[in-house]
Design a protein around this ligand. Structure first.
Ligand code: KG4
Ligand code: ZN
Length: 361
């Protein structure tokens, strides 16, 4: 069975073809980074418009590079939520029209289940396990009892980790997307020359908080006078685009210290969840899981603690449609089809969603 997958929840227009045996026949991602960079973040209206322009050619390319024709498809899996509603609707409308025209079933997939399912690509996954999604919109811990029963055990109380990367990059005037740039300028920079907090690290919960860490970075930037003027009305965006002469070298030090603080919090909480639940497998996914410092710290920790760790390949950590197709396999196997009047769900936590087939016990 060949499944066409479509993902348009944020700023990547993505389509893939996967088989019901878990093979990835194609995986096409058209990034909109260049369209949003000038604004320092994703502009929802621009995202929707670009999805509309790109979706047809991205799906055509996914079919083409899989060597298939649309008549070779037996099902369509589309991200139903959570995400930007206008962006989601582009993918959903396209998927509905395609499914209707081809007379094949459609499934609405939760983007977070997609991130967790990316672990199944090239890996044997055992259950139950602990799953962590660290992205631009989410930072959550899950107990994955089986493929259709995922219980959220913790989440961020404010900013997501990726969002914090993006905001800190903005207030250090590093540009967009923040995570990738902070990772790059932190290479080889001692993360311990600047002291930053590790919010909630040892509070015993599986929840996170990153907005205080971002504020600590802001305070540091202001107190050090790195930029001659900061516009504190807009979460401290530097007014002058150039750092004050002699202060430049502080920027990579702060970036590296920030990355270290995030990595330490994520690793500590993941380990705690694994230990408390007696789990021997940890899955870490989402855009931030493509961060090299996080990947290597998770690997070190897992090796030391005797935990099996699965972090998908980088291209399957950041938003992509292959993960949506892989998550969709069980929907097709179990006949969990979406009606053609299915709607986007801008908010859709992975908790007790038995109506979609998620989380039934
Ligand atoms: O999963 P994703 O592609 O989209 C969402 O579902 O949000 O994650 C995007 C987030 C962004 O905030 C981005 O800054 C972050 O992942 N990110 C990174 C890295 N690559 C992407 N954060 C840290 N290091 C990276 N290398
Ligand atoms: Zn995502």
């Amino acid at each position: 069975m060949n499944i066409l997958a479509i993902e348009t929840s944020c700023d990547e227009t993505a389509s893939a073809v996967v088989t019901d045996t878990g093979d990835i026949l194609s995986n096409i991602v058209a990034s909109q980074i260049a369209d949003h960079a000038a604004f320092g973040g994703v502009v929802p209206e621009i995202a929707s418009r670009r999805h509309t322009e790109l979706i047809g050619s991205v799906v055509a390319e996914a079919l083409d590079s899989a060597g298939l024709d649309k008549d070779d498809l037996q099902g369509i899996a589309v991200t139903q939520g959570p995400g930007l509603v206008g962006a989601l609707l582009v993918g959903i409308s396209f998927a509905k029209a395609f499914a209707y025209a081809l007379n094949i079933p459609l499934c609405g997939i939760n983007h977070l289940e997609g991130h967790l399912s990316a672990a199944k690509i090239s890996n044997e996954i055992t259950y139950p396990h602990i799953g962590m999604v660290v992205s631009g919109g989410h930072t959550s811990l899950y107990r994955v009892k089986n493929p259709s029963s995922i219980i959220q055990i913790g989440q961020t109380l404010d900013d997501a980790a990726g969002e914090a990367f993006d905001k800190v990059a903005k207030l250090l005037d590093l540009g967009y997307p923040g995570g990738v740039i902070i990772e790059k300028i932190s290479v080889g920079v001692d993360p311990h020359t600047v002291d930053l907090p590790r919010p909630m690290i040892n509070d015993g919960s599986y929840d996170f908080s990153f907005s205080g860490l971002k504020t600590a970075v802001l305070n540091r930037v202001v107190n050090e006078g790195i930029f001659s003027e900061m516009d504190l009305r807009f979460s401290g965006l530097p007014q002058s685009r150039k750092p004050v002469s002699g202060k430049e070298e502080l920027i990579p030090k702060i970036a590296s210290a920030f990355q270290e603080a995030v990595v330490e919090v994520l690793t500590t909480k993941a380990l705690q969840a694994v230990r408390d639940h007696g789990s021997d497998l940890l899955v870490v996914s989402g855009g931030v899981a493509s961060n090299t410092a996080l990947r290597s710290r998770m690997e070190e920790m897992s090796a030391k603690e005797g935990i099996n760790l699965v972090i998908p390949e980088r291209k399957y950590c950041t938003d992509n449609a292959a993960m949506i197709g892989i998550a969709g396999i069980r929907y097709f196997n179990q006949g969990l089809f979406a009606p053609l009047d299915m709607n986007a769900r801008s908010r859709w936590p992975l908790i007790n969603e038995s109506s979609t087939g998620l989380n039934e016990t």
